[in-house]
Design a protein around this ligand. Structure first.
Ligand SMILES: Nc1ncnc2c1ncn2[C@@H]1O[C@H](COP(=O)(O)OP(=O)(O)OP(=O)(O)O)[C@@H](O)[C@H]1O
Ligand SMILES: [Mg+2]
Length: 473
């Protein structure tokens, strides 16, 4: 597909300006023009230009006022101010208001072309930097998603596979297992990462307000609706909406949600007009939805539609080998946050944490470590665990599957007999060997290697980091 030309909106009461530019530069840019500020502002939303050339002196609204109005828009295009002679006193105002350049009339066409290209290049670089920053942040969050247990490795690989797809993801797991982190990662690792991620907790909003919150309302729809209001679905357009505690969504709203999923359309409360949105939906619940379906509290058609992919986060007691890693991660996190330098926990304390059943899962562990770091004393843990109640004490009694005594959790070198762990390790070492072999074959051309391995480029980068591979392997 041919690259479309950059569109430039010329706002100037002197029609000669846009005429000259169109005559001389039409082969390079697309020009549209407005004769005054009001028309110009309207055209910004209808024409969506990439750049604006804005005259300062115009009858009615002058260029500075137009610029002030433009600044209220979300993500306005870059603006080059154009001024007649003797108007240099506007330079400072324009710069303060964020104009990218200031050009004097009369100008040479070549001169203006250089300025236009300069501004476009700067804006391209700015976008690139912000995209890279986004990617680094996502990478950082991904690195801070801790857990090397086989179950958590599965979770990571599902996230990598589905994040950048349009599939609806249902995240399940007990309270505090990390469902929200997973939802955010799915968004950050997707093409929607620079667009909004909005969370709605279906259990925290009273049921009669939830519909208005999600879908917005029209003025007069109910008492107190003094003006039109956009709902979360409209605000999340092009981004992701995270419906937390979806199991608590009232039945009558479930059918409206199903309609949005199927048609990407809905009407505001009290409205008649269909509103189209492009939103990806991620849901989480700690309820057993299958039971809710049997008891007619949840629609089965909605369940299947939301559940194109399930990510199951196992309770912490079923992956005790992750506990020492999480402990170190939280010590680092709170040392940084509170400017402390708390060291490591003693092996005996780690052992105690590994043997605790963590009814509140990772959140509970994080809160305890935070207190330890802030108070600078690991002895507080014994009290905290004792006061967390007897429900957490006996791991095996509450665990839904036997907890494998791994070398990581026992602190000894005893070899594990856990089939899951042994198979997991064997697969990992074979995977590492194969990736190293293909990378060497392709002279570390990562794109080629990813193609040969039939995995995404991004997964390959993660794996290179995870396996600590480098060109000498
Ligand atoms: N694997 C993990 N690595 C690092 N931190 C984690 C991990 N899992 C959870 N956490 C931390 O634990 C806390 C709880 O996580 P989160 O809010 O995602 O849980 P949740 O499953 O959504 O809980 P709830 O059902 O109660 O809403 C957060 O502070 C989160 O940062
Ligand atoms: Mg949550």
């Amino acid at each position: 597909m041919a690259k479309s030309k950059v569109k430039i909106l010329v706002i100037d009461d002197d029609p000669k300006v846009s005429w000259i530019l169109t005559e001389s530069l039409a082969g390079k840019f697309d020009f549209v023009s407005a004769g005054d500020g009001i028309e110009g502002l309207q055209m910004v939303s209808t024409e969506k230009p990439d750049l604006i050339l804005l005259d300062i002196k115009m009858p009615g609204m002058n260029g500075i006022e137009v610029l002030e109005k433009l600044n209220k828009l979300d993500g306005r295009p870059d603006v080059i101010m154009v001024s007649g002679h003797g108007e240099t006193n506007y330079v400072v105002d324009s710069i303060k208001l964020g104009a990218a350049e200031f050009i004097n009339k009369p100008f040479e066409v070549e001169e203006i072309e250089i300025h236009i290209n300069g501004v476009l290049e700067r804006s391209r670089l700015k976008k690139e930097v912000s995209q890279l920053k986004n990617e680094l942040e996502a990478r950082d969050n991904y690195d801070n998603f801790i857990g090397d247990s086989a179950a958590m490795q599965d979770v990571r690989s599902i996230i990598e596979q589905v994040a950048d797809s349009e599939l609806s993801v249902l995240i399940r797991g007990e309270s505090g297992t990390g469902k929200e982190i997973v939802a955010r990662l799915c968004h950050q690792l997707s093409g929607r990462k620079s667009k909004p991620f909005l969370k709605v907790n279906c259990a925290a909003i009273p049921r009669d307000l939830l519909e208005a919150e999600l879908f917005g309302y029209e003025k007069g729809a109910f008492t107190g609706a003094h003006k039109n209001k956009q709902g979360r679905f409209e605000l999340a357009d092009k981004g992701t909406i995270f419906l937390d505690e979806i199991g608590d969504m009232p039945m009558e709203l479930q059918s409206k949600l199903l309609q949005v999923l199927e048609q990407q359309e809905f009407v505001r409360v009290g409205g008649i007009q269909n509103i189209h949105v492009d939103v990806r939906i991620i849901c989480a619940t700690n309820k057993n939805l299958e039971v809710a379906i049997n008891e007619h509290g949840f629609r089965d058609d909605l369940f299947y539609r939301l559940n194109e992919i399930t990510v199951f986060l196992p309770p912490l007691r079923e992956r005790p080998e992750d506990i020492p890693l999480l402990v170190n991660h939280f010590i680092d996190k709170y040392n940084n946050q509170y400017d402390k330098s708390f060291g490591n926990l003693s092996p005996a304390t780690i052992e105690m944490l590994v043997n605790f059943a963590w009814p509140g899962n990772v959140r509970q562990l994080e809160n305890m470590i935070k207190q330890v770091v802030v108070r600078g004393d690991e002895a507080v843990l014994a009290d905290l665990i004792a006061s967390a109640g007897s429900e957490g004490v006996a791991v095996a009694a509450v665990s839904s599957q036997p907890v494998a005594q791994t070398s990581a959790s026992s602190g000894s070198d005893l070899q594990t007999y856990s089939l899951k762990e042994r198979v997991g390790k064997t697969v990992a070492s074979e995977e590492k060997r194969l990736i190293a072999e293909v990378l060497n074959k392709t002279n570390w051309n990562r794109r080629k290697a990813a193609d040969l391995l039939e995995i995404s480029y991004r997964s390959l980068l993660y794996k290179i980091k995870d396996y600590n591979l480098n060109a000498t392997d």
